[in-house]
Design a protein around this ligand. Structure first.
Ligand SMILES: *Cc1c(COP(=O)(O)O)cnc(C)c1O
Length: 435
């Protein structure tokens, strides 16, 4: 399979190059040349397959030409060694819990898959070490760091804003050691992202070392996110509830929902999608006006969705050939402020006993308000509520139990290197590693 750029100036790129480069040279995002439709027999039999088996079929459709079958199977099975349960909440609404992986958020799937695929390419061909740079406001750093932990030939540098990530998030990437280095930047998330971008543009740096990005712009991170949409469908089919399926996705950079849109193109019977946003409602504005107008993000209690210029919007647009009408016919949007998010989280817990996290709360509310009588709704529960401990405890007025996995991280010793937001010092730091 070859990949082209959403900016259309680059095409015919191999999977390996698309994964190693991350972003195309024309600054567009890579898209596969074609999306294979899976055979009807696959869907007829889907409820009898394990999550890993069905994910392998999906992975083969994208990566089968470029990765040997046995190796791909290993990558998929190794990525998905945790469960993704579908839990009934209320009123025909189900939660797809994507938070049973190592860092308790859905980004584990893409983070793990990408690390293993990159490792495969390094072993097979290039043999040179690759340096992954990732800027994080919290969750991406932990998922990528844990996905790549101990993976040979790859070193990860996590850049995060000093004092602006929660202690729980911080310990998930600063206590790991090995091939993971945490860089504590005296600045904001935007400063971290700017440092990473400047590094990718810097000719001298790129001549000296191989650099790549692990944000959701990378095809190896976002495509595997289509796997669990199939699994949600299979679980509903077992219950006889798969008709008129509505998938609701709490969205920030729109990588997760793009995975769902790909699943539908592969034949998965999803009736429609809802993109649930916090106050950063650039996508909703686009749906309503037809005009895409990015603006600086505002901070909310669902902070993983505080995105003012969703990078995967380019992919959504490309999938629908730029047609606003076509997009509106398949995807609707909602936006909730912090008060509404808190209210929903609290009411759902009181009425059903189900504890949402602030992101999932946006998804649940959108279905509560928008699901029609003959529809079944599934929202993606993107992170464990304990990852937002203070916020959630304040809302429900109760202690939240911290899962063992999180407690383990919190025991580790924090190690990070302080860095200013000045690019020259970041650059000389990276160059000094070579010597
Ligand atoms: C990253 C993240 C999101 C947003 O996902 P996108 O793919 O960026 O749209 C939602 N919820 C949580 C908890 C996240 O970490």
């Amino acid at each position: 399979m070859k990949y082209y750029s959403t900016n259309k100036k680059v095409s015919g790129v191999s999977l390996q190059d698309a994964v190693v480069k991350g972003l195309a040279e024309d600054k567009g995002l890579f898209m596969p040349d074609s999306i294979k439709v899976l055979p009807q027999t696959f869907f007829d039999n889907i409820e009898n397959l394990s999550f890993q088996e069905m994910a392998y079929t999906v992975a083969e459709a994208f990566f089968g030409d470029d990765v040997e079958a046995e190796a791909l199977k290993k990558i998929v099975y190794n990525t998905l060694n945790f469960d993704v349960p579908l839990v009934y909440v209320a009123d025909n609404i189900y939660s797809l819990e994507l938070y049973h992986g190592p860092t308790l958020a859905f980004k584990d799937v893409g983070g793990r898959f990408m690390s293993r695929l990159l490792n495969y390419f390094i072993q097979k061909e290039s043999k040179t070490n690759v340096n992954v740079l990732v800027a994080t406001s919290g969750d991406t750093g932990s998922a990528v760091a844990n996905g790549f932990l101990g993976v040979e030939g790859i070193h990860v540098y996590v850049l995060y804003p000093k004092g602006l990530v929660s202690p729980i998030q911080e310990c998930q990437f600063t206590t790991l050691g090995q091939n993971i280095t945490a860089l504590e930047v005296d600045g904001t998330f935007d400063d971290c992202q700017a440092l990473v971008k400047s590094a990718f543009m810097d000719a001298e740096l790129n001549a000296a070392m191989k650099l790549t990005s692990a944000n959701s712009i990378n095809v190896a991170r976002f495509l595997p996110q289509s796997f669990y949409y199939f699994y949600a469908y299979a679980q509903l089919k077992k219950l006889g509830k798969e008709e008129n399926l509505v998938m609701c996705v709490p969205s920030g950079n729109f990588g997760n929902i793009t995975g769902g849109l790909f699943a539908k193109r592969m034949g998965l019977p999803v009736k429609r999608f809802i993109a649930a946003n916090n106050r950063n409602d650039i996508f909703l504005q686009y749906l309503q006006s037809g005009v895409y107008k990015p603006r600086p993000s505002v901070s909310t209690i669902a902070n993983a969705m505080d995105v003012g210029d969703p990078s995967n919007f380019a992919r959504v647009l490309d999938l629908f050939d730029g047609s606003h009408d076509a997009i509106v016919s398949e995807i609707s949007g909602v936006s909730y402020n912090d008060l509404q998010i808190a209210e929903t989280l609290k009411a759902c817990y009181a009425e059903t006993g189900y504890l949402l996290d602030p992101h999932g709360a946006c998804g649940y509310r959108a279905l509560k308000e928008g699901l029609e009588a003959n529809e079944t709704g599934v929202f993606l529960e993107t992170a464990h509520p304990a990852k937002f401990l203070e916020t959630v405890e304040n809302i429900i007025g109760e202690k939240v139990e911290i899962p063992m996995k999180l407690q383990e991280f919190m025991k580790g010793e924090k190690k990070s290197l302080p860095l200013t937001k000045d690019f020259e010092s970041f650059k000389s730091y990276l160059l000094s590693l070579k010597a």
